[in-house]
Design a binder for this molecule. Structure first.
Ligand SMILES: [Zn+2]
Length: 394
């Protein structure tokens, strides 16, 4: 047998400490790779077994001596061993850009774990963000897979749980709290409590309907929390990212008032919306659009989130703060017919004119009469008055 034995770092630690001396061994690639897992309370020596039944007569003997692991096959020949590194080593390549331990203690709430939210989570986990609150009510469907970070193996599962595993596969030390909840006026108090309990630093709002975004917006205004709101235009011909910094930038409600056309140009996210815009008896697909067209918006969300989490620390990314000063960012994937951008000149090789496939920072005024963030000094305006979302539901 020529197996390669892969140990989880935690197993080595537990075995060395005498906390476990028997672990479960999973065979991968027809037994070429043996992966060793353990949990406190497991039994004696490491045996080669499948998860369900022991493989008789084919034992692997492993000895953990301090940081060293030695494994022998049944003929007592040594086997190659890999120990999965711990947090500090996993993020070795990120070190030098910023101190990864800074992000280890930062917490991000990601609301909506669809094709955009799951990509934001993946990027933040890979950067070393250590604490997540994941909120979604949905289960992964076959139709999601071509654009989602999770694949067919996760179909039928709650997106929260599937995405949680995605994080732990990159950062085994991450703390991930999940909340299976549909964001509505009935559940917003529960969401607020969870965000408070998780000590969230930044809220990433990647939900697919405006009512939830307005509720999240109000929550963040009241809590004084920075937030990012993503929007993907229909068929993902482009999208925008709104960055809300309490007291400094317009909020999502201000944005909706200032540029209603952009705010209305939404991706088709539900069967009901698809039915409404259908121009024939032929059904319109929900959320048509390529993952590659959604990715730029998700990556911008991840970048802005990271800048926010690193605020006030010395990093090589600090110069970006001078670039990323706009409250609103626009990205166009193509010159979509029947839009304001249809007549743009082709990108070609110039840099003088607006074109597709580039980010644009857009200034946006705060609305002093905004029902969510407007100043209370304005006559007759309560800053936290109930939002009128009726016209957005139509
Ligand atoms: Zn506002």
């Amino acid at each position: 047998m020529s197996a390669h034995v892969v140990f989880e770092a935690a197993v080595v630690r537990m075995v060395a400490a005498g906390a476990v001396d028997r672990a479960r061994v999973t065979e991968v690639d027809g037994g070429e790779v043996l992966r060793v897992h353990a949990a406190p309370g497991d039994g004696a020596v490491v045996l080669r077994t499948t998860p369900d039944e022991p493989v008789a007569g084919a034992r692997v003997h492993c000895v953990v001596d301090g940081a060293d692991v030695v494994c022998l096959d049944e003929s007592l020949r040594p086997l190659p061993v890999t120990v999965i590194p711990e947090h500090a080593d996993v993020f070795d390549r990120v070190r030098g850009v910023f101190e990864t331990d800074i992000l280890r203690d930062r917490a991000v709430a990601v609301l909506g774990l669809g094709s955009g939210g799951s990509v934001v989570v993946r990027e933040l986990a890979r950067s070393g963000v250590g604490r997540f609150l994941l909120v979604d009510h949905d289960r992964l469907e076959v139709g999601n897979v071509c654009r989602h970070e999770c694949g067919l193996a996760d179909v039928g599962r709650l997106k929260t749980n599937a995405v949680r595993e995605l994080i732990l596969d990159r950062n085994p030390d991450a703390e991930v709290t999940t909340l299976d909840l549909r964001i509505s006026s009935e559940t917003v108090d529960e969401l607020t409590a969870a965000i408070k309990a998780a000590g969230v630093d930044v809220v990433v709002c990647a939900t697919d309907n405006r009512e939830s975004r307005l509720l999240v917006n109000r929550l963040c205004v009241l809590a004084g929390l920075p937030a990012l709101f993503a929007g993907v235009f229909r068929r993902a011909y482009g999208g925008q990212v709104l960055r809300y910094l309490p007291g400094l930038t317009p909020c999502y409600q201000c944005f909706v008032s200032a540029v209603p056309a952009m705010a209305n140009d939404r991706e088709i996210a539900s069967a009901e919306q698809a039915h409404r815009i259908a121009y024939s008896d032929r059904p319109v697909a929900v959320e048509p659009g390529l993952a590659a067209d959604i990715a730029p918006i998700a990556l911008m969300m991840a970048k802005l989130t990271t800048q926010e989490l690193l605020a006030g620390t010395a990093t090589t990314l600090a110069s970006l703060n001078e670039d990323l000063v706009a409250p609103l960012y626009l990205w166009l994937n193509r010159r979509e017919a029947e839009t304001d951008y249809a007549a743009l000149p082709p990108m070609a090789t110039g840099v003088d004119t607006m074109s597709v496939l580039r980010w644009y920072g857009i200034d946006l005024p705060r609305d002093i009469h905004c029902p969510a963030c407007g100043t209370p000094a304005v006559e007759g305006v309560e800053p936290t008055a109930d939002l009128d979302t009726s016209d957005f539901r139509a």
